[in-house]
Write a protein that binds this ligand. Sequence first.
Ligand SMILES: Nc1ncnc2c1ncn2[C@@H]1O[C@H](COP(=O)(O)OP(=O)(O)O)[C@@H](O)[C@H]1O
Ligand SMILES: N[C@@H](CC(=O)OP(=O)(O)O)C(=O)O
Length: 436
Amino acid sequence: MEVYKFGGASLRNADAVRAMCDIVRTVPHAHRLVIVVSAMGKMTNALERALDAALHAPEQLQEAVEQIATFHRSMVEQMSADGQGDYSAALQQLADLEILLSHLPNPGFDQVYDLVVPYGELISSLIVAAYLKEQLSVPVQWVDIRTVFRSNSVYRAATVNTAISEPLARQAFSSERPCIFVTQGFIAQGPEGTTTTLGREGSDYSAALLGAFLQAKAVTIWKDVPGFLTADPALFPNASLLPELDYREAIEMANSGAKIVHPKALKPLQNACIPLYVRPFNQPNEQGSAICNLALHDGNPLTQIAIREGQVLLSLSPTDLSFALQDTLAEAFGILQTHQLRTNLIQASAISLSLSLDNDSTRLPPALSALQQLFHVAYNEGLRLITIRHYTPALRAALASIPGFLIRQETRTTLQYLVREQDWAEGYYPTLLEAI
Ligand SMILES: Nc1ncnc2c1ncn2[C@@H]1O[C@H](COP(=O)(O)OP(=O)(O)O)[C@@H](O)[C@H]1O
Ligand SMILES: N[C@@H](CC(=O)OP(=O)(O)O)C(=O)O
């Protein structure tokens, strides 16, 4: 068994879906394949906009819904031109979504988000399954992953219960006869039977979990880049391909903001010793990158850069200067945990704690109110966190000559800078661009 994951970029238009079908067609033993798909193109963002309109700007709702409907109808029309595929189930989901958005219940933002946004994955997987069914000689079976992945009820950031889900996965993805399975990434079923989501870009994580549950030979994520590169090629056009990486290296980069793979995808694969291949969907003959257990350490690894945009720096200090930080650290992190906020950088002194967090507009404000009950809280937004792994002495010196960072941290392998956008644009970015 193998698992292939196709994300939004690799399903962004009809030609991309055709290219995906060609990739599947050439897989030897394709009938032993589980295909995990995300919402097509930028549909998750479009669904978030529609939800926002339904909740806060009803005058913009029709336009937002129209964008989603037009995109999917046009996809169905173009895919239908290639044969006799039956897209009625996909169109039914689209109709259900339109009804839901016009009569939206309000059980709280996170839960209503998880009612609306999964339609992207549901419609996408139904279109893909219908197309493959029509195009391939092997039978194709659509699986609703909510019958398999059981999660907790932390809406928008749910965790899959592996003990319950693993046997369900083995059951759902086994077949007496040859069969290709098509299912959704990113979504699961919560304890009350409601739909949950696993966090943005969570489809890589879904594919990795399925790979581990099914003891797959490998998991491949098909991307719009040649593989795992030393930096994001959208920012650093000279970034080089890393043909092989150890899981630990990949997890460090992913956690630091390298969006090529979801950070949670690495652990289940490492635990099960399953390789993760990152391959280019527009050059399917290229091998891309293999993430696996590398016994030998490369003596001279390439410098790698990861960037996290949209950071907020919180500086916490005690209200009465009397605190022993150890006692209150747990309280501060407890509040962040309660609000599902992830900390990307931590710096502590005797009477201050500085934290760099993703600026989540729904989770941060209540967390801030709770923190302000206990601490003085200073707040800086619009920041970037730069992580440089395996820096060279020359790059370290060049960065040290740039004025104006909010936090700098250094270990033997890693340099991190938290900087303002203006300093990034004028100093850090040009220096890094030259170095990579
Ligand atoms: N180190 C890196 N190597 C390759 N791509 C990277 C890296 N860091 C960030 N990226 C970005 O990740 C993108 C692919 O991820 P994503 O858009 O989430 O794919 P998908 O939606 O298809 O799953 C690339 O287009 C690239 O801009
Ligand atoms: N569609 C979801 C889940 C996902 O992982 O998408 P992608 O594979 O396109 O990053 C999102 O955009 O967050």
